[in-house]
Every structure is written in C-alpha cells, then in structure tokens.
Design a protein around this ligand. Structure first.
Ligand code: OAD
Length: 252
C-alpha cells in the first residue's frame, strides 16, 4: 500500500502528463476557508437547528415555500460566509487552469472557485450569491438586495420573495449544467475527486461518465468509490494542494 506521500507524488505526475483535467469537488474543499461541510461530525447536518427541524428539511423546496422566514434565518446563520476567502486548493486549481485544460465541477454554492480566479466552473447546485425574484424572475446579485422586517429578501421591482439560485431538495438540477458536467468528465483523462462524501444523487453519479486514465480521490474520510481509484489520499485537501504546488513548481 503506497503512503499518502507517494500518492501525492503520483498525482503530481498524472497532472503533469494530463491533457484534460476535471476536478469534481464538494464541501470539504471549503472547510479550510471556514465554511463547515454537511456530514462531518461538526457539519451542518449534525447540529440541532434553531428552527427545531432537521437541516435537510429546511433546505427543501416545500419548507422554503411554507416557512420563508425560518428558511432565510437558517441560510443566514449556516450557509452565508461572504467574507470567506479561497484556500490553497481553490488557488491551486485556478493556477492550474492557466496552464492546462481544467474544468471545476463543484457541488459547492459558495463562489470560492470563482473568487480564486477559476473561469471554467460548473456549479451543479447553483450559487448563493446569484439570486432571482420568485414572482417576476428579475435576477440580482446578493449585494444588491434589501430585506424586510422578517429578514426576507424582497424584489425592489415587484416586492416578491427573492431567493438564491441554488438547488434545494425536491428541485431539479439545471439540464444545461448537467450536460456541461457530463461532457467535461467524459472527455477528461484525469479526474480528481475531492472533499466530497459522494452520497448526494444525481451529482455523485456524474463521475461514472469518466473514461480516462486516472481517477484520484482526495478526502479526509473514506468514500465508497475508492476501490475504483488509482490514487487515494486521506489528507486535508488544502495541504495536498500546497504539496502539489511545490512538486509542480507552481506559484499561487
Ligand atoms: P459532505 O459534507 O457530505 O462531505 C464532505 C466531505 O469532505 C467529507 O467526506 C469530509 O470527510 C471531507 N472533508 C472535510 N474537510 C476536508 C478537507 N479539509 N480536506 C479533505 N476532505 C475534507 O459534503 P458534499 O459531499 O459536498 O447539497 O455534500 C453534497 C451535497 O449535500 C451538498 O452540495 C449539499 C448537501 O445537501 C445542496 O446544497 C443541494
């Protein structure tokens, strides 16, 4: 069994020789930026909520419609980290995109890949910072909005509730976004999966389209798909990024 150190060296080698790379990531990519993940012991789904309803239910379409005040309160307290900064992994991927064909396919909704400078980003679950009015459809940047006395963002044009363009439970992923993810994954020769428990469908199923040479998984805890991977690293992803940067002589 190779050590993590050897596996990181192998990954650096695979990155060097790859023509087309996809990074498929999740909440574990942003924990080093101070944003909690969902399913780790200190994750969002493990905590009691103020609303006394499981967090997974709060983040559902029916809960949003029935209890907008509680929904936005939960969003503000648990999901919004506008001051969070990209960490070494976000910065590494942005720097790599300046050298090679790289697509980031992310389940995250925190905009940190874009803040780091990545251009080619497929946001499977949308973005917390892109918003739209549920009545008239006008789109807004979150920074443009004001909130009513209940803390609900309201459309300046029609007064409707304005929500983030994110995929809640019971909602469908955008078909063009799915196409973009599958097209990138199916034509990549290196797929790096990182910081995700790979338990959420359909996002987790997209990696089955990979036909390339090397599948690498970087995750603190074990995930089921490891059996299929050539490279498996159980280290904090931001530390792996720093080491890859050193080995590939990259500055970020
Ligand atoms: P999870 O919380 O399910 O998984 C995050 C994984 O990252 C865990 O397996 C951790 O062990 C690992 N991890 C945490 N910090 C890490 C670090 N610094 N380095 C390496 N690994 C680390 O999050 P996701 O897989 O992203 O959906 O969850 C998928 C979806 O479930 C989310 O997009 C969200 C949620 O419901 C929506 O919001 C629609």
């Amino acid at each position: 069994m190779a050590t993590d150190e050897e596996e990181v060296k192998q990954l650096a080698k695979a990155i060097k020789s790859a023509q087309s790379i996809v990074f498929f990531g999740g909440a574990g990519v942003s924990t080093a930026s101070g944003i909690p993940d969902f399913r780790s012991s200190n994750g969002i789904y493990q905590k009691e909520t103020k609303q006394r309803v499981p967090a997974e239910e709060i983040l559902s379409h029916h809960f949003f419609l029935a209890h907008p005040k509680a929904f936005f309160e939960f969003e503000r307290d648990n999901l919004l980290f506008p001051a969070a900064k990209p960490n070494a992994m976000h910065l590494f991927l942005a720097a790599l995109e300046r050298l090679k064909k790289v697509t980031v396919v992310t389940q995250n909704i925190d905009d940190l890949h874009q803040k780091a400078g990545s251009k080619n980003v497929v946001e499977l679950h949308g973005s917390l910072y892109r918003m739209y009015c549920t009545e008239c459809g006008t789109t807004y940047d979150r920074s443009e909005l004001s909130y009513d006395a209940d803390g609900i963002p309201r459309c300046p044009k029609c007064g409707g509730i304005v929500r983030a363009d994110v995929v809640l439970y019971e909602e469908m992923l955008d078909p063009d976004t799915i196409k973009g993810a599958i097209s990138a994954i199916s034509t990549a020769d290196l797929l790096i999966v990182g910081g995700t428990s790979l338990v959420v469908y359909p996002a987790n199923s997209f990696i089955n389209y990979f036909r390339g040479k090397t599948l690498a998984i970087i995750n603190k805890s074990r995930v089921a798909e490891e059996q299929r991977a050539q490279i498996v690293i159980h280290q904090p992803i931001e530390e792996v990024a720093k080491e890859l940067g050193k080995q590939l002589n990259m500055e970020f």
